[in-house]
Design a protein around this ligand. Structure first.
Ligand code: ADQ
Length: 526
């Protein structure tokens, strides 16, 4: 069943008494194109939770378009073939271009209109590898010590102006042209820290649009933002205040946003109503905890590919006397992987009886290696694993099994067989790994979860809480998790799974659309 996009209401704010088309913006899109060895055009599905969630939304909405970056040469070629205009793609059963050879063959699922925006390489590097990751990511995850970093030089100023500001303008132009092609009235859904400046421009050029923004990462309190020069932080805030709704994973992030507007822009805020007044407009700060597609995750867990991986993992780590700690992450410093291994080493030192009985499987996807801090961090991970394994190796046994892979089937298989899932992030907007694991585990595993994740709001009562900076506390908490009685483990895992089942990805989407006045209903396209 699909969704109709009926937006109701009366003023140019949230909700107009009409049906509005949807214009969606995110940096990564649902499909990327390439060429195979024979030179034929190929299409592959975009990865990641954000893309999966938004794919579900857009293929259900009539007259919707997804604006995203052309991330390969072939993406740029596809866009150029249409003079920068939108292309029609099918996502099911396999992604492919629909308008390349005329209409689809009748086998395709619903089409998605995609507008691939080509960005000059230098501008994109400045936008992405100088400003968005690392500067904004580090600032918003509290990763700067401030004594030595960040250092904003001529290079960063140029990257801000010619990269972040220019790229935001380019994407805003694309969004504006899509809104104008729909008569100037549309529901515009903007995503993430790459695009703080877009809404303001779109509002100026398309006053009839309804604008919403969703942030996938934390929003820290006002003082953290003072790391940015006043002109930059004011541009970020004024850009966001071009929206009707600015949304976050947690109420705390939403409150921090309002406090930042109050403190840094001097605007009046209402912490009861969760609004900020900008001239004659109210901007709402809302929170919608993102989640997973529980059915899809369980179907994957039941697949032969996952079963085969699970069998292999059981052969290595199974047995009554053996226990397995698992982590599944990008090699992002915000995930706190190095301290996690230090905590594991402390656990083995404090409890030598566990050596040879407890293993730590780390499935780590190398991430953002074009950012120097990330390359250094991956090297740190390798070094600490070598140290811990050298200190605690037994005959035919290494305590840490580090696998640098991106393999969803293996990750899900590992979720099903582990005894403890470790998530000790310094800061995390939500953390989907925790939600994925609790719905598919079969060994009554314990969730060891950082108090600084958005997921801790929902799953904290059923987890062993980790303090991300306290290695000794993490070691003690891992011990508590490994020695917890079976009944308590089962009760907690089942309760956590129920929370995720009741608050799945569909609820995340529906709550936003309902608040925006977009009512889910029967598919009107048929
Ligand atoms: P991420 O920082 O990427 O997301 P997370 O929410 O944990 O973090 O999602 C990671 C996804 O990648 C999960 O679906 C996980 O299964 C997968 N993954 C990670 N490592 C993998 C590996 N080695 N192999 C296979 N799959 C792997 C950002 C924010 C989060 C927020 C999400 C969604 O930082 O806080 O929860 O967006 O809003």
């Amino acid at each position: 069943m699909g969704r109709s996009a009926i937006v109701t209401g009366s003023d140019p704010g949230i909700g107009q008494a009409t049906q509005l088309p949807v214009v969606l913006l995110s940096h990564r899109g649902p499909v990327s194109f390439g060429r195979d060895e024979q030179g034929r055009r190929t299409a592959s599905r975009g990865a990641g939770g954000l893309v999966t969630a938004l794919t579900g939304l857009i293929s259900d909405l009539p007259d919707a378009v997804w604006v995203c970056a052309a991330s390969s040469e072939e993406d740029a070629a596809v866009a150029a073939d249409r003079d920068g205009g939108a292309v029609e793609v099918a996502l099911e059963p396999e992604p492919r271009l629909l308008d390349e050879d005329g209409a689809g063959d009748g086998q395709d699922g619903p089409g998605v209109r995609l507008r691939l925006v080509e960005v000059d390489q230098q501008a994109h590097d400045d936008f992405y590898t100088v400003i968005a990751n690392p500067l904004l990511w580090f600032l918003q995850h509290g990763m700067y010590g401030l004594a030595l970093a960040p250092v904003l030089t001529k290079r960063e100023h140029a990257a801000w102006n010619d990269g972040y500001v220019a790229v935001n303008r380019l994407f805003a132009d694309a969004v504006v042209s899509e809104v104008q092609a729909r008569g100037g009235r549309a529901l515009v859904m903007l995503h993430d820290y790459h695009f703080y400046l877009v809404a303001r421009q779109v509002r100026e050029q398309c006053p009839g649009a309804v604008l919403s923004f969703f942030l996938h990462i934390p929003w820290p309190g006002p003082d953290a933002w003072r790391v940015l020069p006043p002109a930059w932080r004011e541009a970020v805030l004024n850009g966001l205040l071009g929206n009707d709704v600015v949304a976050f994973h947690t109420e705390g992030f939403a409150r921090n946003f309002l406090l930042t507007c109050q403190e840094l822009l001097g605007l009046p805020v209402d912490l009861e109503a969760m609004t900020v007044r900008v001239g004659d407009r109210e901007v709402a700060a809302r929170h919608y905890p993102i989640s997973i597609d529980v059915e899809a995750m369980r179907a994957l867990a039941a697949s032969p590919e996952v079963a085969e991986h699970a069998g292999q993992l059981r052969e290595v780590y199974g047995g009554e006397e053996r226990q397995l700690i698992l982590r599944v992450d990008r090699t992002d410093p915000s995930k706190n992987i190095v301290r996690g291994f230090e905590a594991f080493a402390t656990l083995l030192e404090d409890h030598p009886e566990l050596v040879g009985r407890v293993s730590f499987l780390a499935l780590l996807q190398p991430s953002r290696q074009d950012v120097p801090e990330y390359a250094d961090y991956l090297a740190e991970i390798g070094a600490i694993v070598a140290r811990v394994n050298a200190a605690h190796a037994g005959e035919g046994h290494e305590p840490i099994d580090l696998r640098l892979v991106e393999d969803q089937a293996l990750a899900v298989a590992a979720y099903t067989v582990c005894d403890v899932l470790m998530v000790n992030a310094l800061a995390d907007g939500m953390n989907l790994v925790a939600k994925e694991a609790v719905v598919v585990n079969t060994r009554e595993s314990v969730l060891a979860l950082s108090e600084n994740t958005g997921a801790h709001q929902e799953l904290g009562p059923f987890a062993v809480t980790l303090h991300p900076f306290d290695v000794q506390q993490q070691a003690d908490a891992l011990h508590e998790a490994l020695t917890m009685g079976r009944d308590l483990r089962r009760a907690r895992r089942e309760a956590a799974a129920r929370v995720v089942e009741e608050n799945d990805i569909a609820k995340w989407l529906t709550a936003q659309l309902t608040d925006l006045g977009v009512t889910p209903g029967d598919d009107q396209r048929s």
